[in-house]
Design a protein around this ligand. Sequence first.
Ligand code: SAM
Length: 561
Amino acid sequence: MNINTYLQNIEELNRLSIQSYQNGDYDNAIFGFDKLLELNPYDRDTLYNLSKVYYDSGKYEQCINKLLELLDTGDSDDSTLILLGDSYCNINKLSEALICYKRVSDNKEVKQKIKKVKELYKIEGDKLQKQYMSYPYPNTWKNQGIPDDYLNNVDCNSRQRRQVLYPTQFLDINFLQLKYLFEYKELRKLRILNAGCGTGEGLVGNAFRYPEVEYVGIDISSNSINIAKEHAQKLGVTNIKFYQKNIMELTADDLGHFDIIISSGVLHHLPDPFIGIKNLKELLKEDGLLSGMVYGTIGRREIYDFRDMFKLMISDVEQTSEKVEMTKCILDCLSPWQRLDRLKIYNDLSIGDQGIVDLLLNERETSYTTAQLSELFEQADMKIEFHDDNYLDPQFFMYGIKDSAIRERFKILNQGAQRKIAEILNGSIYKHCFVSYKKIFKPKERLPFPENWLDYYPIIWEGAKLKKDNKGYFIDLIFKYGESVSKVVPEDKSRQKLRRLAINENEALFLRNCGGKFAVREILTEIKGNLEIKDMRKLLFTLSKIDVLFFFEHKQQNYNG
Ligand SMILES: C[S@@+](CC[C@H](N)C(=O)[O-])C[C@H]1O[C@@H](n2cnc3c(N)ncnc32)[C@H](O)[C@@H]1O
């Protein structure tokens, strides 16, 4: 075929595809435009046309993907941004829609669209509030049998007691105190905000442990707040002020500024998470820390599959209670060979209807990859650090790959791409736990393993518990939201192998004294055990490497972990 005929064929294919679109034959139009893109993947007109077909046939996700590809090819024009904004609107990604509209040159049509998004914020916010009024979350304490007088009557190591005293939503904060704050902030002077405290299971337990700290708990659901107040009263906790408030409308004039803001499982429910982040940032002191958890897209695939499937079945069902019963029925029928069966890993499904609604029937939620979250916080001029870093360490996932050429390919990718690959390879990260702070704040770097370590004051992070089983002592890490993730430590830096960290009787005794009040030398003298300095150094070095043990130059009076 000569070039002329070839070009005529392309033109003809384009004409036929446009005609199919105009006749409402979307499948053929998509087929045609796809073929054209195979020939020229960067043709802006075809990318736009294909996006438009996707949009008109209600395939908004595909439309967004094509428009993003189009934007990657060069400057954005108004019609592309408007179509992208409209697509986001249709899948309820309101903040993304707003960002697109705001990039379009000022005109009446766009002003109308911006107004519409803001109205949708209100509608979405109201729906969510209604949901959490009817189904206050969480309901673990009530449903998992923690007795009314749990703190007085249960023995110290019981699971229930631990659930109250070490609320998973707040584990990070102890970690953070150690990592950034402890050396120059006194615990008793801290102001901590729990934004979206729900029924207060995290907040009340934490406030019980630290009576000297001033806590504020806010939530949009007054019913949740009332339950939280009841919990506080039962425990005799008096250092929390509760308010019914909307994060989307928060200002520092209302509540003042905070050293730490905890917002676990909340931002992804907001009509515009970006506005939420910006509002919380306004409430942070200059050296304040925002600790949060938001949903991870990749690990939650089953949840989204369930929702897509369920939506087809229940378009006519209005009552949430009816949807809950139908959900239970479907869950009961799942077998291990079905991918949806993996939903059973979520504790939420065993804490009652509240959990089912929160997990599977939520009125509003979005989710993120770490790359998307990083971008969101970057836009808010904040730094973000993920707790999952150990799990997302790209090297960790590469070790099994023997082919050196693939390893080389991976190595030269930028960090963002490496993380993306690691996240996909991991595949099960359904939550991202992070700490974030204003860019102007430069947190103190954690001390490296000090040379004169014998004169330093060691603290074991309280999320790490020393335990014993029939093989001896081990460290059980209870971070990662209560999951016991590790009885093992990396054997070497490349994390190629994991092994159990053996701890003998004397070392266990030593570790029990790592509370920041005694220096290493003092503890060693005190326990008079037969401990080799060389072995001790090795153990402490390993623990400090995996963020389980921290060294401080001075005695830490405040720490009671
Ligand atoms: C999934 S629950 C998490 C509760 C609690 N943080 C926890 O981890 O147990 C989400 C909570 O966010 C609250 N919430 C949702 N949107 C809110 C908003 N705009 N302002 C304040 N709270 C909100 C809900 O009412 C609900 O209690």
